[in-house]
Design a binder for this molecule. Structure first.
Ligand code: UDP
Ligand code: MG
Length: 331
């Protein structure tokens, strides 16, 4: 039987929280009363997550599929791997740490019943550190200005997509991307619904400050050329203003002979020079971001490598003995 609903969940080092996720996710999905499947994508976890997922597959093989990567490729690549294999007509994404309550999935589906093909969750009570919330607000605002993507809460991964959108995302062949934004560009009738947010049940965030910054560069450079264009405009203005200033200083010296003032201006200019050198370096780095994206894209390497897929009527490859031992440990 083909499912109506596919739930895609990326998993990276979530051994501490997975049992609680299983305990809440399956009853919540059963309660919806629609045929469903859950696709877990293990993103190269180094803990016992793979073993726990295998045990869960054995417990509910009728509705569970597990994709195991050979290494860590990042949350969004993991979701793409799930997208490439979904069977349902509707697809919901969810975090593995229970920050997105699975009981909220019904709200997303109701919005789809009402005609939406893209449903974004908006966290009403975001349970994250204050600096994460502040940084999100800033990036949300920046994105609003430089792209045509309209999302209230881009960081919320509790979202539902129609199969058409999911297929388009999978076909896009982007190497490093931001799924909610990419999917939005394919949406016909996007809507938003408010969803609850909870604290992580166990373990800690998989996003360091560095990874968050990288993710935001993907978001900006993957969807907009405005940063590059701003840079040329900024450079032009700086060049024009300096030329005018230079002319003013020369005339001022010739007419008034203000030698001391000239020396002072030299001092000030050094500080200004540092600022401008900083701007130049940022500009070169920004260029590098785009060039790097082009480089990744033209190499056309596979976006990920799958070590095994666990599914009932698929190629259920055997896990290495190491993971099997882990399964026994956890039972
Ligand atoms: N995740 C992943 N690969 C990564 C990092 C994270 O699959 O490299 C998964 C993680 O297991 C979780 C989701 O992506 O299911 C969101 O990660 P996390 O909760 O750490 O992010 P935060 O809530 O702090 O934004
Ligand atoms: Mg989380």
């Amino acid at each position: 039987m083909t499912p109506d609903l596919s739930v895609v969940i990326p998993v990276y080092n979530e051994e501490a929280g997975l049992p609680a996720l299983f305990a809440r996710l399956y009853p919540a999905l059963d309660a919806l009363g629609v045929p469903y499947e859950v696709i877990f994508v293990n993103d190269g976890s180094r803990d016992r997550s793979a073993a726990l997922l295998r045990a869960q597959f054995q417990a509910r093989p009728d509705v569970t599929r597990v994709i195991l990567f050979n290494a860590n490729y990042g949350q969004h690549v993991a979701i793409i791997a799930g997208f490439e294999r979904v069977r349902g007509e509707r697809v919901v994404t969810l975090d593995a740490d229970l920050q997105n309550p699975p009981e909220e999935i019904g709200k997303l589906l109701a919005a789809m019943d009402a005609g939406a093909d893209y449903v974004g969750g908006v966290r009403v009570n975001r349970e994250d550190a204050w600096w994460r919330r502040a940084a999100s607000r800033l990036m949300n605002r920046l994105r609003e200005r430089i792209t045509r993507i309209r999302m209230t809460d881009q960081g919320c991964m509790l979202r539902a997509y129609s199969r058409e959108i999911v297929d388009a995302v999978a076909a896009a062949r982007e190497v490093s991307t931001f799924i909610p934004a990419l999917a939005y560009t394919f949406a016909y009738r996007p809507v938003e619904v408010e969803v609850l947010h909870e604290e992580r049940v166990a373990g800690e965030s998989k996003y360091s400050l560095y990874k968050l910054i990288r993710l935001n560069f993907d978001l900006v450079t993957g969807f907009s050329l405005v940063p590059l264009q701003l840079f040329s405009v900024f450079g032009m203005i700086v060049a024009a203003v300096s030329l005018v200033l230079y002319a003013v200083v020369i005339v001022e010296r010739a007419v008034l002979g203000g030698f001391l003032e000239g020396v002072k201006a030299l001092w000030d200019r050094d500080i200004l020079a540092f600022f401008l050198i900083g701007c130049t370096m940022f500009g070169v780095g920004l260029l590098g971001e785009y060039v790097g994206r082009i480089y990744q894209q033209v190499r056309e390497r596979p976006r990920y490598v799958i070590r095994a897929v666990l599914e009932r009527d698929g190629d259920d490859l055997e896990l290495p003995a190491r993971d099997v031992a882990h399964v026994r440990e956890t039972q």
